[in-house]
Write a protein that binds this ligand. Structure first.
Ligand SMILES: Nc1ncnc2c1ncn2[C@@H]1O[C@H](COP(=O)(O)OP(=O)(O)OP(=O)(O)O)[C@@H](O)[C@H]1O
Length: 316
């Protein structure tokens, strides 16, 4: 294994009774990377994050965290921090008191300026002295992130950290995680939002029913989408339909739902290069292109195709 690997896992398997939550999962995450875990509900993301955090032990397979093999005993590896499901906090204490007591519980003496700085970084500076009982889900997520950052981790594990965050909060959290990765630390996080992961992650691992169905750069995942359905609006719908029907490499998707009040649109299925050819022909025939774009974004389409969810959920 590379000396610079933050996580190196082979054939990780975790079974709960009759449920195989993870099956033969391999995961390689280089140091300094932001790595996303994505997959449908029940895919095994939280289970995998729990193994990385030392909250449970695999039934089979090997796991090395920051170069150290994980044993059979439940323990958080040195240099690792984070949360699964949702971060814990003391509701009767203020945000600042939560961080101060957590630091002293861990035997760390943190200057109050450090804690103020952390609270500012996660956007809680103005509510630092409010009790956590009144905090929203997004505020608790931010506090959980601050708590995880207290010990200056080299590997940060976060289960859906953007859960409940408004767009500003999401941007702040993305900035904190990007700064952390720039400083050489590694971040592994789960999300259901492909767009969030695409904006933040160097690489993603896609899980479906406990197995890895894709692992690699986001751009490569996008390429996995293959044929897509494109919605096309032109100045001459009849001519556009006639030309699209002539293009044997394309399929006209009949009966696809159009948004209410839409202009007349065609939905054509094909690869990007074939859509390019269609556009050239349409423009050559004098039809102006007014709108053209995939009905489902390429990343989402790849997610649906690789997890088999497109057959079940996208029946239009
Ligand atoms: N402690 C447990 N006992 C029994 N079954 C469990 C336990 N933890 C997880 N599972 C099962 O393992 C599978 C994977 O669950 P997991 O929570 O890891 O999925 P997930 O991808 O995080 O899902 P979600 O997106 O809904 O949070 C599910 O079928 C779940 O019901």
């Amino acid at each position: 294994m590379s000396a610079r690997a933050a996580v190196h896992a082979r054939s990780l398997t975790k079974i709960f009774g009759d449920v195989i939550a993870l099956e033969d999962v391999d995961l390689d995450v280089p140091a300094g990377q932001i790595h996303g875990l994505v997959g449908p509900n029940g895919a095994g993301k939280t289970t995998l994050l729990g193994l990385l955090l030392g909250l449970s032990v695999a039934d089979k397979g090997t796991l090395e965290i920051l170069g150290v093999p994980s044993g059979d005993v439940l323990s958080v590896a040195h240099g690792v921090a984070g949360f699964v499901d949702s971060p814990g906090s003391y509701p009767g204490l203020t945000a600042r008191q939560n961080l101060t007591s957590l630091a002293s519980l861990r035997g760390e003496v943190r200057a109050s300026g450090d804690i103020d700085d952390l609270l500012d970084r996660v956007g809680l500076g103005e509510v630092a002295d409010d009790t956590v009982r009144g905090f929203s889900l997004g505020m608790r997520q931010r506090l959980g992130l601050a708590a995880a950052l207290l010990g200056k981790p080299r590997l940060l594990i976060l289960d859906e950290p953007a859960n409940g965050l408004d767009p500003v909060g999401k941007r702040q959290v993305h900035q904190v995680l990007t700064d952390l990765a720039d400083s050489g630390a590694t971040v592994i996080l789960s999300s259901h939002r492909m767009d969030d992961l695409a904006a933040l992650c160097d690489e993603v691992t896609l899980l479906a029913t406990g197995r890895v169905v894709f692992s690699g750069p986001v751009s490569k995942l996008e390429a996995e989408s293959g044929e897509l359905d494109y919605r096309l609006v032109t100045s001459d719908p009849a001519e556009a339909r006639r030309i699209a029907e002539e293009e044997t490499s394309l399929t006209l998707v009949a009966g696809r739902k159009q948004a209410a009040g839409d202009k007349p649109a065609l939905v054509v299925r094909g690869h990007e290069a074939e859509i390019d050819d269609l556009v050239r022909r349409l423009v050559g025939a004098g039809a102006a292109i007014r709108e053209l774009g995939p009905v489902v974004p390429p990343l989402e389409a790849a997610f649906l195709a690789l997890t088999g969810a497109d057959d079940q959920e996208l029946t239009r």
